[in-house]
Write a protein that binds this ligand. Sequence first.
Ligand SMILES: Cc1cc2nc3c(=O)[nH]c(=O)nc-3n(C[C@H](O)[C@H](O)[C@H](O)COP(=O)(O)OP(=O)(O)OC[C@H]3O[C@@H](n4cnc5c(N)ncnc54)[C@H](O)[C@@H]3O)c2cc1C
Length: 270
Amino acid sequence: MISHEGLSLDPVAAFIEPRHREFRERVRAFCREEIGVGRHEGDGEAADGSDSRGRRDPDDDAEARVRARELVRLMGAAGLFAPIAEGDVRGCLVAREVLAWWSPLADAVFALQGLSATPALVVGRDPGGWAARAVAGDAMGAFAMTEREAGSDVASMTTRAVRDGDGYVIDGAKSFISNAGVADFHVVFAATDPEAGTRGISCFVVPADTDGFAFAGAQVMSAPHPLGELRFEGCRVGADAMLGDEGAGFKTGMATLDRLRPTVAAGACG
Ligand SMILES: Cc1cc2nc3c(=O)[nH]c(=O)nc-3n(C[C@H](O)[C@H](O)[C@H](O)COP(=O)(O)OP(=O)(O)OC[C@H]3O[C@@H](n4cnc5c(N)ncnc54)[C@H](O)[C@@H]3O)c2cc1C
């Protein structure tokens, strides 16, 4: 059976600890057991659809969505999301390099659990316990920042959150959101003070069953990756759904992306 040999850790030996090497072996063992379904050696695809590495990711969007949720559960049960909870970037690097080698979908699953759990870790409060559940593999998360007309220029977002009594009402739409349609909870960025630019954006946790929240449709990529659009119409959340202070959402979002950015490179090496 083919197994992941991966990059040599020797050049970075000074920067990692024995626990990272041990963790890498655990991730490898997980991949061999749960992802390496193919037993094919050589070039091209085997009869079971696995490629020359013995990997087989779903090639259909509907199947990828089911598999992504299954991977959340399996990876959580195997403790693979632990470095996310510990803020251990080196552990996340090790995980993504191995996961991406075996399965781009599993790598994306890891990245999104990281993106959706980290904002709560950044602000030190976990409304509804969703981040803890994400790390345990009991809930799938999404990170909803981008809009059709607001990508790199986050401050131009038009999704609004208006204070109303003891909560906020969110209206707007998000686009290109990984795990849209399959996530159990969403970390949503919305403008609470549109005139204040990046200082007027706040961050909320919105569970999938919240009234006024809807999955607006899939955006299908060439690679297996659950992606899609979200709609908010009079979507009411309590004030305690806010992650961090009002107006501090952009800072929280950027701190989250900063923490996980190096892991994108690790995934690319896998
Ligand atoms: C597979 C996939 C998954 C994604 N998942 C998520 C997700 O889970 N959550 C989420 O919120 N978003 C997600 N996104 C969206 C992603 O974050 C955006 O695509 C990204 O922010 C860029 O926005 P844009 O696509 O609108 O490009 P634009 O912002 O329109 O940029 C287009 C090009 O212009 C360049 N550019 C932009 N501004 C400037 C400038 N001022 N000066 C010079 N060049 C500039 C950019 O570098 C880029 O090359 C995902 C996207 C993809 C493709």
